[in-house]
Design a protein around this ligand. Sequence first.
Ligand SMILES: [Mg+2]
Length: 384
Amino acid sequence: MPWVSCLKTSGYIFRKYEEMKITGLSTYRKYIELKDSHKMRSALGVNNGNEFVVLRLHTDAGIDGLGEASFTVRWSGEVPDGCVQVLNEVLKPVVVGLEVGDFASLNRRMDAACSRNWFAKSAIEMACWDILGKDQGKPVYELLGGAARPLRFENRFSMGAYTVEHARERAAELVSWGFKTIKVKVGTVPKEDVARVRAVRDVIGFDHDLVIDANCGWDVATAISCVQQLEDCRLDLVEQPTPDGDYRGLAKLRKETGVKVLADDICFDLIHAKELIAHEACDAISVYPGKNGGISRSIEILDYAQEHGVACSIGSNLEWDIGLSAMAHLVVAHPNMRVEQYPGDVLGPSYYTERVVSEPVRIEEPYTFAPEGPGLGVGELLLG
Ligand SMILES: [Mg+2]
């Protein structure tokens, strides 16, 4: 069975998928503002709101699945116009006619049709899981082998690269909201980065975990220098301090500074994960369906990392409820998604002023609850 062959390393046992073929897809675009309290500034620029592409995947069984693609062009390279074109003109022709649960063929055909475009591919892939779950009356995490941890899991909060004064206020607020792990965006002006991180540690004390994320914004020498300057702050984790593609540079920082490293923007696929592990460049890898091109490919990375004793956690592209639900099901189902040790960023919809589905994912910061309804469990799309 293709489904099993795609996910053979996971150890999960799948039922043979029902005979259900993909017949088409419909795409919708929408822009939603971020809440004032959640606007973001990072090495990737200032973010006040995001435009998304949401899709309905149609089948000959009359069951539709929902998928979502999100965008940060400087980071993923994808944009809404391009995504709509790729979905309708490049991917739709090669996925129509496929069995819904045949992930090996789905991924192979999509890769043969176009390189990268992981978020566009993930929108189709997650919609397949939604359809399978709706067909079987089960949440996606059950299809993935069942819950390996409680459905309620804890997140960290990712704070923008604010001024020192703003960062201090924000840190105090986040602690009062119950966040135990605070992530601070860096990778802008090194002197300002160091001052910001120091201010946040001063406010949150050593009872809370402090993570920094440079989003590839530093070069290797700057990253090592900044981390060394922050030695007294006892950073609990350093996320993507060095440029994309530089596995040796990341390994060098890890070795020279002794900090724990989370690889994120450098790892989109299994080959990247293999390079990270071969170079002993990280302690953990940030994995999520949008970035990886779907749940099945995230599982390949999670499995490979687990076999090599490397933990995974989950990052974010500030998803809406559909993409976030795919993330939540994966967090709950996969043993190597070690959010207890490395809390992730599964909070996207709480950043936005509007929700796009009839059954939004339950989020009570710092907690996210994996949906229990069939499929992705987000109900109906409130667009189109
Ligand atoms: Mg990151």
